[in-house]
Design a protein around this ligand. Structure first.
Ligand code: HEM
Length: 416
């Protein structure tokens, strides 16, 4: 892989390399001036005890909403060895090395390490999370994550995501100038699928252009998400405390659900006008003037809770249409959302999609929110038609994970 030709701006070329992955992509990335340089190193002693405690390290937008890192990889792993004390120490040492290499910051690296029920079965321990299963009647045959562990790597610098992935798998011994004391290669091997994604103003259009993926012209150039509207407003996100496990062996950790979706953007953009898109993503009570082109007028709240959420069933039967945000807000508990959503746009396989990654205290919270979103209780709308986003999104895969507190992240559930 060589450097980009002069037609393609270097910055854009660099960003697309996360999706390519591997040693060649990393080498090409590091050849690009400005990439992978001035990346702050870190101190494991200053990282929080909760792996999912990212908010303090994330910047906020002009309205005060927490913004996600720009570039992501979801690395699937399978055990290759019987876990013992030496394996556990090795795994912990690899993660500590990454923490020394990169600051706990979007300019450095944010990451979590999570485990599936299949992992717990393999090590002979009881799984704290249930097996994944289809959650709604329209899903049909979907793939279910049966690999053992998932590492979510995130940074504003694409070179950091690629380099950290290589370092964990034994392909880069000195990430950001820091010697890896160990890597995962003797304990884990890469499993399928390798998933990547991005979030940020302008990135969907830029990434699609770079990779030759054709997106509808109606998607605004500056949109942060592929469906055009911003998401993750402060008031509709669960606080980190609300998604933290309170009791039991994994107290201080969280659970993670990853739902991979493909998107029919042609239908979303070409069959609908902006007012209809707003009705379907928020509610039929929202007007273009209150929302703006990409949701920029919303500030920190969609305003659906409580009244517009309470009107969901009535809107279905009298107006024949309900919005995604109003429906899902019905799942709040005492006014607080149950999910901390850290979903990412993806063009994996050169097709538009979303890897919908959410943290919640227990998987049952995800199920509750997802069933509120499915709206199977509503009369007057179809299973998909006029039912929020359901006509445009298609579930392909699900996985359930426990994300232990940081001091238990290396091979939990073993005596090691
Ligand atoms: C392509 C897929 C999706 C898109 C584009 C999308 C977009 C949005 C948008 C624009 C909002 C309102 C703004 C905000 O985030 O603060 C929202 C809210 C929300 N979404 Fe989604 N979403 C998607 C999938 C999902 C899925 C799969 C779930 C799983 C249950 C979900 C759960 C929620 C929840 C819980 C809220 C907040 C509701 C409240 O205010 O309490 N979304 N989403």
């Amino acid at each position: 892989m060589g450097l980009p030709d002069s037609e393609m701006p270097r910055r854009q070329y660099l960003r697309g390399l996360v999706a390519t992955g591997g040693a060649a992509a990393l080498a090409a990335c590091l050849e690009v001036p400005g990439s992978g340089t001035d990346v702050p190193q870190g101190d494991p002693g200053s990282r929080p005890a909760r792996q999912h405690a990212w908010n303090d390290a994330l910047p906020t937008d002009e309205d005060g909403n927490v913004r996600r890192p720009n570039h992501h990889a979801l690395l699937a792993l399978d055990l290759t060895t019987e876990p013992d004390r030496a394996a556990s120490e090795r795994v912990e040492s690899a993660f500590r090395s990454l923490e020394r290499a990169y600051a706990h910051d979007v300019a450095g690296l944010l990451f979590t390490v999570s485990y599936t029920p299949a992992y717990f079965e393999t090590v002979g321990a009881e799984s704290p999370v249930p097996d994944p299963e289809p959650l709604t009647s329209v899903e049909g045959e979907i793939a279910l994550d049966g690999f053992h562990a998932l590492v979510h790597l995130a940074s504003d610098d694409p070179a950091v995501v690629l380099e950290a992935e290589q370092a964990l798998l034994g392909g880069a011994s000195e990430p950001n100038g820091v010697q890896m004391a160990a890597d995962l290669a003797a304990v884990f091997e890469r499993a399928d699928p390798r998933r990547t994604g991005f979030v940020g103003s302008g990135l969907p259009v830029e990434q699609a252009e770079e990779r030759g993926v054709d997106l509808p012209d109606e998607l605004p150039d500056e949109a942060p998400f592929l469906m055009g509207f911003r998401s993750g407003l402060r008031e509709s996100q669960a606080p980190e405390e609300r998604v933290t496990i309170q009791q039991g062996p994994y107290a201080g950790g969280t659970t993670t659900h990853v739902e991979s979706l493909s998107l029919n953007l042609r239908q979303w953009f070409e069959q609908n006008d902006q007012q209809l898109r707003i009705a379907e993503i928020l509610s039929p009570h929202h007007a273009e003037d209150d929302v703006g082109e990409t949701g920029e007028e919303l500030g920190t709240s969609t305003g659906v809770f409580p009244d517009i959420a309470d009107r969901t069933a009535a809107d279905a039967s009298t107006r024949g249409i309900v919005g995604h945000a109003q429906k899902t807000a019905r799942a709040r508990e005492d006014g607080t959302p149950l999910l901390l959503r850290r979903d990412i746009n993806t063009l994996d396989g050169d097709r538009p999609g979303v890897h919908f990654l959410a943290h919640q205290r227990e998987i049952a919270d995800y199920v509750r929110a997802r069933q509120a979103m499915a709206g199977e209780d509503l009369d007057g709308v179809g299973q998909r038609l006029n039912n929020g986003l359901l006509q445009y999104i298609f579930v392909r895969r699900r996985g359930n994970f426990v994300t232990p507190p940081r001091d238990l992240r290396a091979l939990p559930g073993t005596d090691a």
